[in-house]
Design a protein around this ligand. Structure first.
Ligand SMILES: NC(=O)c1ccc[n+]([C@@H]2O[C@H](COP(=O)([O-])OP(=O)(O)OC[C@H]3O[C@@H](n4cnc5c(N)ncnc54)[C@H](OP(=O)(O)O)[C@@H]3O)[C@@H](O)[C@H]2O)c1
Length: 277
């Protein structure tokens, strides 16, 4: 018999994982508890398993608990679970947040449960499509060995690629996604503004940038961040860099400061590249 799984907070992430584990027979989804019972009913329809539970009093004990609430509800929900008397020594309690460490589940540990966090590194917009495309998703995991001993194979069974992360640096781990995704967008926005300043309409600027950006990103994944660096700083063309810095500072001080700050990081990459070649 597959271990039983209760999902407290079954939204985008809970639905995808619950459906995949049901399809693979990894866990037997038992109780689903959301804020509203309508939402829990929709969730179990999506999972194709389990029971929509109207409230805490109707939950059964389970081998594994997924707390899939929004991040700000993980700790209070876990505290409520710990107080419920449902947890038995050796049960596994985990969350899927990238922002919170597994220590957010400390209250469950006081009841003898093993705790962990397994964070799928992808967007879950559109649960149906994500469930079909989940194979190959990287997941950052940390927590008790006993919990990871259950969750690691369960995530692997549905095609996850697991990486172990240092719980002390969970917030820094999470910020890496901000750099690689959100700040990339911010940088490209600055580039659009710079083209616009020089008279290129913004929509045309985006089209003009596309081959440059795609080529750079391809090179990063083909060659790595050191070898992919090109341009005036990589060539050691100090005169061009200074001219650009002065022109930018004269136009917009904040953008000038950004150019200078990024230039320092870029110079460090250029030095690394010279050392390697
Ligand atoms: N979305 C992503 O792209 C993504 C990616 C990686 C990791 N994560 C992480 O996965 C976790 C879940 O995110 P999500 O996007 O799946 O959230 P979500 O779609 O907003 O769903 C959250 C669910 O939790 C329920 N809920 C909220 N407060 C609750 C409470 N106090 N008790 C019981 N149920 C409660 C909600 O119920 P109602 O439906 O009744 O409101 C909802 O079904 C978070 O830790 C998030 O950081 C999300």
């Amino acid at each position: 018999m597959a271990p039983t799984l209760n999902i407290i907070g079954c939204g985008q992430v809970g639905k995808v994982l619950g459906r995949l584990w049901t399809e693979h027979g990894t866990f037997q989804v038992q109780d689903v508890l959301n804020r509203s019972s309508e939402s829990a009913t929709h969730a179990i329809e999506f999972l194709g398993a389990g029971r929509a539970t109207p409230g805490w009093d109707d939950l059964h004990p389970a081998d594994v608990f997924l707390i899939g609430t929004p991040d700000d509800q993980v700790e209070p929900t876990c505290a409520r679970l710990a107080e419920s008397g449902l947890l038995r020594p050796g049960d596994v309690v985990f969350h899927c947040s990238g922002a919170l460490p597994s220590t957010a589940l400390a209250s469950a540990k006081t009841r003898g449960a093993a705790t962990a966090s397994v964070h799928p590194i992808r967007s879950f917009a559109g649960a149906d499509a994500v469930a079909r495309a989940f194979v190959g998703t990287y997941c950052g995991m940390e927590g008790d060995a006993a919990a990871l001993g259950v969750l690691g194979p369960a995530f692997s069974a549905i095609g996850a690629r697991l990486v172990t992360i240092d719980p002390r640096f969970k917030t820094i781990y999470h910020s890496a996604a901000v750099f690689s995704s959100n700040y990339l967008v911010s940088l490209l926005d600055v580039a659009v503004e710079a083209y616009a300043k020089a008279g290129v309409p913004r929509d045309e600027a985006l089209r003009l940038m596309e081959p440059l950006v795609r080529g750079t990103v391809d090179n990063v994944f083909r060659l790595g961040t050191t070898e992919a660096l090109t341009g005036p700083i990589a060539r050691g063309d100090v005169a061009t860099v200074l001219r650009q810095y002065r022109a930018l500072s004269g136009w917009d001080k904040r953008i000038g400061a950004l150019y200078k700050r990024l230039g320092k990081f870029t110079a460090a990459i250029a030095a690394r590249k010279r050392r390697q070649n």
